[in-house]
Design a protein around this ligand. Sequence first.
Ligand code: KG4
Ligand code: ZN
Length: 338
Amino acid sequence: MIVLGIESSCDETAAAVVRDDRTILSNVVLSQLDEHRPYGGVVPEIAARSHLDYMDSITDQAMKEAGIGYEDLDAVAVTGGPGLIGGVMVGVMTAKAISLARQLPFVAVNHLEGHALTARLNGDVEFPYLLLLVSGGHCQLLAVEGVGKYTLYGRTVDDAVGEAFDKSAKMMGLPYPGGPNLEKMAAKGDASKYDLPRPMKGRPGCDFSFSGLKTAVRQQIQKLPEEGLTDPVVADLCASFQKAVGDVLEDRVGRAIAQFKQDYGDGHALVVGGGVAANTHIRGVLTGLCAREGMQFAAPPIHLCTDNAAMIAWAGLEHFRLGHQDSLEFAPRPRWPL
Ligand code: KG4
Ligand code: ZN
């Protein structure tokens, strides 16, 4: 079974072809970073126009690189939401056109489910597993029982982790995108330099909160002596911020593991997904936690953690082989909880 996947819910125009033996035949991602950088964040209108300009050629490229023709496809899958509506519409229209012209089944995929199932494309991860989904727009802990079967353990009550990284980085004058740049600076800093809060740490339940941490970074910056944000200061602040996030995630995920073991028993995996899963410190924290808890830890390679279409093709494939597909009446869903 071979599925074409299309992704355009944020600032990557992406298309990929994936086979059911978990081979990624092609995975093309065009980042719009350069177009949004001057504005310090994603501008929805620019994103939608850019998706429109490039979607056809990116899809063609994915098919060419896969070395197959449209007649070799079994289905076409596309991110149907959640995300920026203009971009999602471009992807959905493209996928519907291909489906109609080539008489192919159409599968609308929840972007979060793409992140959630990536670990199964990448390696041997069996259901059920505990999922930490940490991206620019989302921060959730879920028990993944099967395709389409998710139980929410906890979520952020305010900012997503990636958002906290991006906003804090911006306050420190780091270029967009903040997350990866903050991580680079943190590598040169001293994490014990600034005493930042660990919101929600030690509280019952598995919810997160990051807006207090972001505010603490702002207050710390306001308190700096006259030289202000010099490189060594920024490095220390980044390292302290990253350490605070790592400590919070360790606490929250630790609680979720206890809940998950109660619900499903031992011998299962913790999977991390979403763009923030690219962070080496956070991966290290989770690796240590899983070693102590006797759990398998599965983290997809970085290019599959950040937005891509291989994860959408794979999630579509997982649904399609269970007999699920959508009608061409499907309407894009800017909000679509898992
Ligand atoms: O999953 P993703 O590509 O897009 C969304 O669905 O949101 O995640 C992007 C987010 C951004 O907030 C970005 O700053 C963050 O992931 N990110 C990182 C790192 N790489 C990407 N955050 C911390 N450390 C990183 N290395
Ligand atoms: Zn994403």
